[in-house]
Design a protein around this ligand. Sequence first.
Ligand SMILES: [Zn+2]
Length: 639
Amino acid sequence: MRQYQLCSPKLAFVALVLVLAGCGAPEPPEPPPVQALPVDRIATGIDPHSFAEFDRVRVSHLSLDLEADFRRRTLSGHVVLELERKVPGHQRLVLDTWDLDIRDVNAVQDDGELMPLSWRLGADSDYLGTPLVIALPQGISAVRVDYASSPDAFGLQWLDGEQTASGRPFLYSQSQPQYARTWVPLQDTPAVRYTFDAVVRGPRDLLVLMGAAGNAIETNPTGEYRFEMPEPIPSYLMAIAIGDLEFAEIGPRTGIYAESAWIGPAAEEFAGLEQMVEIGENLYGPYRWGRYDLLVLPASFPFGGMENPRLSYVTPTIIAGDGSLLALVAHELAHSWSGNLVTNAAWRDLWLNEGFTVYFEARIMEELYGREVRDQLARLAWDGLMETLETADPRDRQLVRDLSDRDPEQAFMRVPYDMGRFFLDWLEDRFGREILDTFLREYFDHFAFQSITSEDFRDYLDTHLLQAHPGRVSLDEIDAWLYQPGMPAFAVEPVSDAFEQVDDWRRRWQADEVALNELPVDDWSVHQWRHFLIGLEGALDAAQMAVMDERFDLTGQTNYEILFLWLMRAIEARYEPGIERLERFLLEVGRNKFTRPLYQALADSEWGREWAIEVYQRARPGYHALTRQAAERALGISD
Ligand SMILES: [Zn+2]
């Protein structure tokens, strides 16, 4: 554990000289002596996952000036933080950092001159990083921190040319939930929103993008790019990406960025993007972020997507060739309202972001593909959620969860997503769609660009929905969803007629009443296929797998959702052609939703653990740190 790191005594001396010299200018205030910074007692505050004392002094704007060095794998430069003082006379600023090399800290005075400030790093904490404590003299309202990120920064994934489709290096960030602090020293809590501007210099032949306004559509020979984010965002939405990228326009305010191998298929797959934005606006009011572009990342991206404002990140594993996995794009877009516009104040309130977004995603899918597809997706979610609830930690079985002594990474499981969505489905059922839509539109308007708690929502809901339409829902029922473990008995279970037919065919086939050839699979949707594979009774043996493969070519599937379920079966049956495909899959894809259960199933199998460790060692250099962490846990290995 690293102990305190004192700033250079030289700087304190310079400050002293400045003060003594006077120079005819107004005397700059003298920084308090170093011993006035009791870093031992730095505790997390209102947000248990941040050291920031944002109730006393709050960051309102950032100016970033960074250089991306692919050889060293660092972002280095400085950030200027503009401050709003909430408590006059409060004498320190505490920032979140994690593995940052802090080089210099200065006040930026009104005339632009720098004045050295005393600073220290506090004690390291497991998953929260290290507080940076800066003395904040009276009258100072902007602080500049010069720093560099670590080559191992958790929030940055540096890829070599061998790990990308273009053969050129790639960098992308993932800041949610608490990884922004690994590449910018800031108040890393969703409770604080700020605007920012940035100048970033990268290699001359690569394109630099940010989740901001000002993204270029081709490389700039100087290698320098400028950005501005005029809408206030929370830190977890800070995003940067650098790569050999091309741009394809979809509509007047929508487009796709991808490496050249993906740009054609991606532009085709996401051709309806502009229409999706319009559907979103019709439902919940104007899109308030200017442009909406998608960035297709290399397959190592550990998530399906990330809702970085103005530039959502998506995995290429949703490019199925038939638009069947567009729910994920609907999801990231929906976050432009739920999450990016109205944000959870802390990770315990994550369901305010994700539950609303899954509900909203379902509404967009219904608009695009009809009620039946929505019902199929709902049923898949319900079945998955029920399985999760059976085994989840008792603290994790309701919408509002106590995460105060846990890594905020653990906020991300099915419950805030799917239970949150079924909560809104239930409200729709009780109040009717029209009333709920009006309420939601006003809710997004009322809390636009704010971060709120579950209790803020509960109060607003009580006044504007429950009391406005009395007799339909009680506050006790609301509290059952929010605070009591398990799915409330009065929740509305989704039904899909198409799935019931699949159940019937599956049962008859497994009872030998019909032959495989007779299954009417040509009419099946991707979701019906998923439901079929999930519901198969008992393990198939390798011979049965071969028969199915012969008939349906499941090993050759290009739809990753179906392929994943098939590979899980292949592990169970030790089905050779499937295992060969699995090896290629693991070497290529780093999406945690797939890799974690696959490694887990291999580790749990009688034969697969050693094989999986060997494949993992080869795949590891291309994986994101989050994928490595999850895979190593599953395999029971560590560095
Ligand atoms: Zn989401």
